[in-house]
Ligand binder design. Sequence first.
Ligand code: ZN
Length: 406
Amino acid sequence: MRAPRTILFGWDAVQATGPAASDFGATALVCTDEQILASDGGSRLRSSLASAGVHAEYFAAAAPELPRSSIDQCLQFARSVDPDVVIGFGGGSAMDLAKVTALGLTHAGELDQYVGEGRVPGPIAPLIAVPSTAGTGSEVSPVAVVPDAAGTLKVGISSPALIPAVAICDPQTTLGCPRSVTAFAGLDALVHAVESYTAAQRLPDWADYPGPVFRGANPLTAELALSAVSLIGRSFERVLDVGDDREARAEMLMGSLKAGLSFAQAGNAGVHALQYPVGAQTHTPHGLGVALLAPYVFQYVLPSASQAFSEVAAALISEAAEPSPIPSAQMAVDEIARLVEVAGVPRSLAELGIEHGQLSGVAREATSIERLLRNSPRRLQVDDLERILEAAWNGDREPLKEGALK
Ligand SMILES: [Zn+2]
């Protein structure tokens, strides 16, 4: 199990940012965006740094579709600031920007040489992550997602060195998150929990230590993932209906933290492998693509992990008005599909803007993401991915059900 050395969670925890930063030195660089910096949480973060005597400089241009040029600008600015600690404050993009900036401050060379698994040669500049959405789990994960050099594809840098030293999770910072962002981020977190709970289990090869970053499910990730599923299942619709429901916001953030800790070891699988090329083709948010694809991928892999999916169903539907005796694996997929629909996610890849002729290219690109596909409980080769994509393009899960005619 790998995790930040310190995780703070609770209302107004953002006040601890200053003291936590001062542990590393007197100068901080904060990677964030204008909107979150101008929010109430932003002003509390700034005053916390100031009262702890930390001199902070702000790079407030993190955006959801972060162009490569912004990353270069941020790194250039960071070199002029020469901070003792880098703070990522915002959604996934702000935290990922902080990660690659801390990486670039310590290790010279082009970002591309670190793309892939386990290619960061050693520790990076100290990092504090303060999420403002309940979703990516980036505050505890070893991953940063960045555009490739050509700017056409998103690629992942995965290394334990990218795990922040400190994660500060304050539900207050998520209160102002708009409904659609809340929905897509929340479903992303749910999928992190389900993909890592149903991930293949692999026997570790200790002689190969440290081995792959993502290692499949283990007993600790299973506990965290299942608990994340029930927290999110219980609070997701409440937080969409009433954005300032404090209890629901806190449960969503705790759910996303636990899901992040889980997938940070176990890894995500087929849903995420397919979202990368789909997101690149359609320029749609990560959480939206993940949510759209999840019911189709889960439908297809279900026969290989039916026990795990029925446990997911029990956690997800435990508080349903009508208690059913033993939830079936199929109920987990149906309930996830229902939540995806409630969130207002398009039903099909066609609606998302994918042309039918693009499907085989998407499948081919996804097959190259071995670090994710090897976690799938059911082997996903190119023809499997094509079947899933065909169903997702049509918006119909039926052909993926066991026993359905191919
Ligand atoms: Zn994700």
